[in-house]
Design a protein around this ligand. Structure first.
Ligand code: ITT
Ligand code: MG
Length: 215
């Protein structure tokens, strides 16, 4: 199965890519835009096709990503890529997890989510603030695709006691990278894309699609 209209090295990429990105999150859309452009691919956000956010009723990232991809593919009639992601905090027994976007309730708010996380960890010492981001990507060739491509990657870090940096989105100002000596919000966009759960998951997904095309 080929990626429509071109390949990851940008060979023979023509017009707009016939692939829908099943997300309404501006931060994710920005990162996917940068990542896919660097691979010679471009995609169209689901909003262009009038796809509404689906109810994320799954109990796993995989289930939620499938729900999102299936709906976007059904409405648009195109192959779809969906991302379900979140933050797993050890001291909170894995919360907020699949509920990361709506941790502080509706409407979704990064600021309120971060405030709630700081509050929940107020009494937790530094050495017990380990956490990781998860990103699950699902690629459906069509809405009824019985063999979706599924890739998951994590990114280890620690939750800070106060926010640092202005970049990224979501929990990035609170997500500390000990090896970098910086929060994710202090990384340049290209650095985040190279290191992140999402960047590495997408790289693996594209490699799988490449292999499939060469078969
Ligand atoms: O479902 P879509 O439309 O894609 O958008 P969403 O924001 O609801 O996305 P999710 O359901 O996958 O929830 C993921 C949440 O996890 C957090 N998150 C995921 N990846 C992140 C990242 O790279 N940096 C910061 N926070 C992230 C952030 O709060 C997201 O809103
Ligand atoms: Mg969501």
């Amino acid at each position: 199965m080929a990626l429509p209209n071109g390949d990851r090295r940008g060979n023979a990429v023509s017009v707009t890519h016939a692939l829908v990105l099943a997300s309404g999150n501006a931060g994710k859309l920005r990162e996917f835009g940068q990542l896919l452009k660097s691979l010679g691919l471009s995609v169209r956000p689901q909003a262009e096709f009038g796809v509404d956010d689906v109810e994320e009723t799954g109990l796993t990232f995989v289930e939620n990503a499938l729900l999102k991809a299936r709906e976007a593919s059904r409405v648009s009639g195109l192959p779809a890529l969906a991302d379900d992601s979140g933050l797993e905090v050890d001291a909170l027994q894995g919360q907020p997890g699949i509920y990361s976007a709506r941790y502080a309730g509706e409407p979704k708010s990064d600021a309120r989510n971060n405030a709630k996380l700081l509050e929940a960890l107020a009494d937790v010492p530094r050495e017990e603030r380990s956490a990781r981001y998860w990103c699950v990507l699902v690629y459906l060739r069509h809405a009824d695709d019985p063999v979706p491509i599924i890739v998951q990657r994590s990114w280890e870090g620690e939750i800070l006691e106060q926010p640092r940096g202005e970049g990224g989105f979501g929990y990035d100002p609170l997500f500390w990278l000990p090896e970098q000596g910086r929060s994710v919000a202090e990384l340049a966009a290209e650095e985040k894309n190279r290191l992140s759960h999402r960047g590495r998951a997408l790289e693996a997904l594209v490699a799988t699609l490449d292999e499939e095309r060469q078969r």
